[in-house]
Design a protein around this ligand. Sequence first.
Ligand code: 13P
Ligand code: SF4
Length: 416
Amino acid sequence: MSSLHLPRTPESAAAPPVATEYVAPRLPEDLPDAYCEGDIATIPLVQEPHRASWQTEIPERYLAMDADELADRIRGVKAALGERLLILGHHYQRDDVIRFADFRGDSFKLARQAADHSQADFILFCGVHFMAESADILTRPDQAVMLPNLAAGCSMADMAQPQDVYASWDELTSVVPAERTIPVTYMNSDAKLKAFVGRNGGAVCTSSNATAVLQWAFQRGDRVLFFPDQHLGRNTGKKLGIDPRDAMALWNPAQRMGGLTAEQIERSKILLWQGHCSVHVRFKVDQIDKARAQHPGCKVVVHPECTEAVVDAADADGSTEFIINYVKNGPPGVYAVGTEINLVHRLHEEVKDQGKTVFCLDPIICPCATMYRIHPAYQAWVLEELVAGRIVNQIRVDDDTREWANLALQRMLEIV
Ligand code: 13P
Ligand code: SF4
């Protein structure tokens, strides 16, 4: 290892040879709701049909490499860098990527892993942009966090643009007092919005602690502005006994005052930003009915980004980590799952020898289009650049955003 001239800090590295800015895709043209990438088996990057809209600055030699060659290269870098490199993998990552992760998890668990690994000089975050941004905020400035493919965003996060949230907040707090209104942002959001909630007495939540964060918020105020996922906000509020019909209202950022009257705002305990996850709104109650008819006694477990009707019809709901534990710790039998397909496939493989069958409620294979953009070719490229002494695809949050977003993220980590 001493023979390798590796940068110890981002500052000591040569200037990144590629852009480091994630540019949010325009919606809905770039990512319509029914956007599907097709089969989930790894094919060489050059054959990926949607590659043109992925990050294009990758040396040509990686394009035709197959999964085996890429795996050998990734293994080589891991062996060379040892503890200086930490690879984190979200549960939605494809098998050929996540198998190299030192830790797998939901967004909460991965944020904690990033915060806890101060020995790692380099953190490769195999997930999406908001996760890597959060890891950057939670780590020291001299630790470099990298995202393999800069086009791996989150269409839900893009539904809450910072300028729209700031404008909505001003309109909202012209009707109700700002001191009694608590902004809560889902982890799936831009770092600027995490800073915004930090500055305004709020917190970040993930799907694994959303109930506790809402309880925390209601100890501090009368009303919550929850963004960007209306479904997580509604489903979580219901768990606290808040009636969606009486005490929640949908805030449409495209309309003045969210499209609401002052009276509707005053009556609401939770204002739900009109955002959603394109993957999870595909799950429908009739899929659950069909699963139960075909497999009497099967258990249905879904992610809380699904609609209220789907969550109500399921046996259980929770974060990706919760879903995995629900199946792994449950009795033998059939499990119908409402979340991303890579997780579901892998889970089935892991538990099938225990007399368990796991299948996806949605019969059409539809991975999260942006998680899928983390192809092992990008993983190998970014890692081999490190060995060559260059940091590429670093995710860096500016100091002012970092300070306030860190406050909101620390609250998230403390509220469980
Ligand atoms: P988890 O925090 O449950 O892993 O969810 C992240 C996500 O993006 C789900 O769509
Ligand atoms: Fe975003 Fe949905 Fe993908 Fe999760 S599954 S990263 S919310 S688009």
